[in-house]
Design a protein around this ligand. Structure first.
Ligand SMILES: [Zn+2]
Length: 223
């Protein structure tokens, strides 16, 4: 496909007359077309939007086969301008899998400290990622929730994710955990863990499901 066939026309309805005249004059003075000026503005807007986008999602998996499939898909989809990093124990199957795909291990040498003191060491890990990211967009896969839930408690995992969510950093972060470990906590802790993330997904076999938590009135049970 040549690039010409990919060009789309953009029709701007109700474009302010004065703004149009001013933009046209600037475009003429700069020896460019008004269309290229609009394309530039849209490009800057998209870049700013991407830079500020924050997503912190939880994905629960059932076994290593589902996890491999999930990581393969994430890796394949994020093939462009992404800085791909992982957080977890070097012994974790998922970390070893991403390591083979050359993801950057942001917790290398610090992971035990991170489990002991998630917030303090977490700040250092975020700094390491921040120093590496450059002009790319950060994509982080973290297995911390799983380890905190198994070795400490689901409550401690919730506290860490609350702390991380308050930072609202740009980038996409996936907390990926084995379902077995997070259902070991109380119902309240599990509910809090779901609530502290922007979205919750379950992966089983080759499929991905989005879990919805919508508060409903009881009468909706009978309609
Ligand atoms: Zn999280």
């Amino acid at each position: 496909m040549n690039s010409k066939s990919m060009v789309k026309d953009l029709f701007v309805r109700d474009f302010d007359e004065k703004l149009h005249a001013k933009a046209t004059q600037i475009a003429i003075n700069d020896g460019i077309t008004l269309a290229s000026l609009v394309a530039d503005a849209v490009d800057i807007w998209i870049k700013n939007h991407e830079k500020n986008r924050h997503r912190h999602n939880l994905i629960l998996y059932d076994n290593e086969a589902s996890l491999s499939r999930l990581l393969d898909e994430i890796d394949k989809l994020a093939s462009g301008n992404w800085f791909k990093s992982s957080c977890g124990s070097t012994k974790h199957y998922g970390m070893q899998y991403l390591n083979k795909k050359r993801w950057f291990d942001a917790t290398a040498g610090n992971y035990d400290k991170l489990l002991e003191n998630p917030q303090e060491t977490g700040s250092k890990v975020l700094e390491i990622i921040g120093n590496k990211v450059g002009n790319t967009f950060p994509l982080t896969v973290a297995f911390l929730v799983e380890d905190l839930a198994r070795e400490e408690s689901v409550k401690k995992a919730v506290r860490f994710c609350e702390w991380y969510e308050r930072k609202s950093l740009p980038g996409i972060t996936y907390c990926i955990a084995n379902t077995r470990n997070v259902i070991s906590g109380s119902f309240d802790d599990l509910f809090d863990l779901f609530n502290v993330h922007n979205a919750v997904f379950l992966t089983k076999g080759n499929k991905l499901y989005k879990l919805r938590l919508d508060e409903e009135r009881f009468y909706s049970l009978l309609i």
